[in-house]
Write a protein of this length. Structure first.
Length: 377
């Protein structure tokens, strides 16, 4: 059945996780229901810093801070609305403008949670609790996020919290064993403090005999760039020099489009996620690495524990360069280990493609619309 799907979110040309997620989900959601349409209300957190790039064709409205009525009017012309919730992407104190929009919607609403903190600030907890109260369904992208949400927040209808994983890039199957000529260790994503790159740099010296190439790919997060420029990247370069490993690490500061990123991931021998935070319940990079059947070394944040504990990767303590080095050495030298991880990820993440994810959202939207018909009749 043809639908018009509304989205309340950031979206390209903004470059952040929710923007990329919205663009991918909209594209594939309309693709799996040919003839359907998508309309995006693009949230402008700081209009004065907007890049001078035209919005995509799906952007029906640009929501300035506080302009909740006009945004809701556009979304009410859709059949169902998908609201991306991530701390900091909506306007108002503690992101509370999203509540003004939700309160005015008359169509079924799916709220997608990209972050679920254990102990958020009181204002942010209130906004999230109230947003869930307006939702017809709440989506988390991991079981760890769902458990934390149900256990720690005001969830009136736990059965309406649905786990739909993040979509993943299409990547060709990897080689069965690590390459022998300068194995490629890859970390990618928007660069900012908390990614743990410092500890990876400190680990490289112990791997010098393997002559690894550690590639950190991705531009600095736009919010970080606006407030502190490239200070963090410069600090990382200086750390590499101080540790004597500047010849083993490379930075690619460009924003990689889908095809270029897929090719880079395909060439990697191991993906490294050395995140500082123990809060992270969702990692699109982790899912994409597993979908590409790549060995993963990650710190023990909740989503990594959920997906890697059974052998698809190796877990290491936070901020522990020695443990990172030991795990990377195992992946790159231990016979059969990388291939075994690849096999395990095949069974662990059988179909995380964006098409499969879009089908899940389509089915959820259909269920919500059907429930509305039953209630009204």
């Amino acid at each position: 059945m043809l639908r018009t799907y509304g989205f309340l979110s950031t979206c390209p040309p903004a470059r952040c996780g929710p923007a990329t997620f919205t663009a991918a989900l909209l594209h594939h959601l309309t693709a799996v229901t040919p003839g359907s349409a998508g309309r995006v209300v693009r949230v402008l957190a700081e209009p004065d810093r907007e890049p001078a790039v035209a919005d995509g064709a799906a952007v029906a409205h640009r929501m300035a801070p506080g302009a909740v009525e006009a945004a809701a009017e556009v979304l009410n012309d859709c059949d169902v609305v998908v609201v991306q919730h991530e701390h900091g992407i909506h306007t108002g104190r503690d992101d509370e403008d999203v509540l003004g929009v939700l309160a005015r919607l008359r169509v079924p609403v799916i709220v997608v949670l990209h972050t679920v903190l254990t102990a958020p600030a009181p204002g942010r907890r209130r906004v999230l609790d109230e947003a869930m109260g307006y939702a017809d369904a709440v989506v988390t992208t991991s079981e760890a996020a769902r458990r934390r949400l149900v256990d720690g927040y005001t969830v009136e209808r736990p059965g309406e919290v649905v786990v739909i994983p993040h979509g993943a890039l299409p990547v060709e199957p990897p080689a069965r064993e690590p390459s022998t000529d300068r194995p490629l260790i890859l970390t990618w994503g928007l660069l900012r403090r908390g990614k743990g790159i410092e500890w990876a740099i400190s680990a490289l010296g112990a791997l010098r005999d393997l002559k690894p190439r550690y590639l950190v790919a991705g531009q600095t997060h736009p919010e970080v760039l606006a407030h502190e420029g490239e200070d963090y990247r410069r600090n990382l370069r200086n750390r590499a020099i101080a540790c004597g490993v500047a010849d083993l690490i490379e930075f690619d500061p460009t924003y990689l489009e889908v095809d270029a990123l897929a090719e880079l991931v395909r060439r990697a021998d191991v993906v490294l996620l050395p995140h500082d935070s123990s809060e992270q319940v969702t990692s699109g990079v982790l899912l994409e690495a597993l979908a590409a059947r790549k060995p993963v070394v990650a710190t023990a944040f909740p989503h990594a524990v959920e997906l890697l504990a059974d052998g698809a990767g190796l877990l290491v303590p936070h901020r522990d360069p020695a443990a990172i080095a030991a795990a990377l050495r195992r992946v790159l030298t231990e016979p059969g280990l990388a291939a075994g991880m690849s096999d395990r990820s095949t069974s662990l993440v059988p179909a995380p493609s964006w098409t499969a994810v879009a089908n899940r959202y389509r089915d959820l939207a259909d269920d919500l619309l059907a429930a509305r018909v039953v209630v009204t009749t």
